[in-house]
Design a protein around this ligand. Structure first.
Ligand code: SAM
Length: 225
């Protein structure tokens, strides 16, 4: 099969259902001008996050891995007027670029950007949170994905949707002897999801404009009576 079909179909879906406005295209440009990697989700994935938010009536959203704020903007735009996204970014320069982009989008009242390593910030969020999150998007470094997921569960309620990006890694997850720490991190996560009784989970894999990869989606189960 001609693999160009994947990017053409990705574009077709994006034009139909997830068109980018100038704010979003400017963020993608800012990554190049500011020396950040082009590792944002695609516009179709941004729209997917919004669909998931509406499905769980999300008012409080947590994101791990902000980069330049592209996915953060998709998330913040699907919030109700009193909603909030807390987003965590380890890299100070990424954080500065993201904050500028969030301000340009007029979304700073809805976005609380925390700069620091997720494993340091998450215990602080647990200590200060009196309400659970409705959706959690994990898109930071891959080796501690299981630890991030454990924190996500502590910050959840039944019905919270937890989404983890890049869990197929061009099929490298099939290699049980992989020495790649990113692959090992998502292999641990995927196995944990298969055994964890607190969630119902699956993985959607896709070939998009950027790469062949997959996204894990877990819903926190109702408490059994
Ligand atoms: C794939 S990018 C995030 C892309 C972003 N979610 C988007 O779609 O626009 C991953 C980001 O996670 C950040 N990161 C890496 N390690 C981290 C950590 N320990 N804690 C928080 N963020 C981290 C990286 O600096 C990078 O900006």
């Amino acid at each position: 099969m001609d693999t160009k079909i994947f990017s053409r179909v990705d574009k077709y879906i994006s034009n139909l259902l997830a068109p980018e406005d100038k704010i979003l295209t400017d963020i993608i440009k800012s990554l190049d001008t500011e020396g950040l990697p082009q590792h944002s989700v695609s516009s179709n994935q941004g729209k997917f996050l919004q669909v998931m938010m509406i499905a769980c009536n999300a008012k409080r959203v947590l994101e791990l891995g902000t980069l330049g704020g592209y996915s953060t903007i998709w998330l913040a735009r699907a919030l109700p007027h009193n909603g909030k996204v807390i987003t965590i970014e380890a890299d100070k320069h990424h954080g500065t670029v993201a904050q500028k982009n969030i301000n340009n989008a007029g979304l700073s009242p809805k976005v609380d950007l925390r700069v620091g390593k997720a494993l340091d910030i998450l215990p602080q969020i647990i200590a200060e949170s009196d309400e659970p999150f409705d959706m959690i998007f994990i898109d930071a470094d891959k080796p501690p994905y299981v630890e991030y997921f454990d924190y996500a569960l502590q910050l959840s309620r039944p019905g919270t949707i937890i989404i983890c990006d890049n869990v197929i890694r061009e099929g490298k997850v099939l290699d049980n002897n992989s020495k790649d720490e990113k692959v090992q991190g998502v292999q641990r996560l995927n196995k944990m999801l298969s055994e964890n009784k607190r969630v119902t989970a699956t993985i959607l894999h896709s070939m998009g404009a950027k790469e062949y990869d997959g996204i894990a989606i877990a819903v926190v189960n109702r408490v059994k009576e």
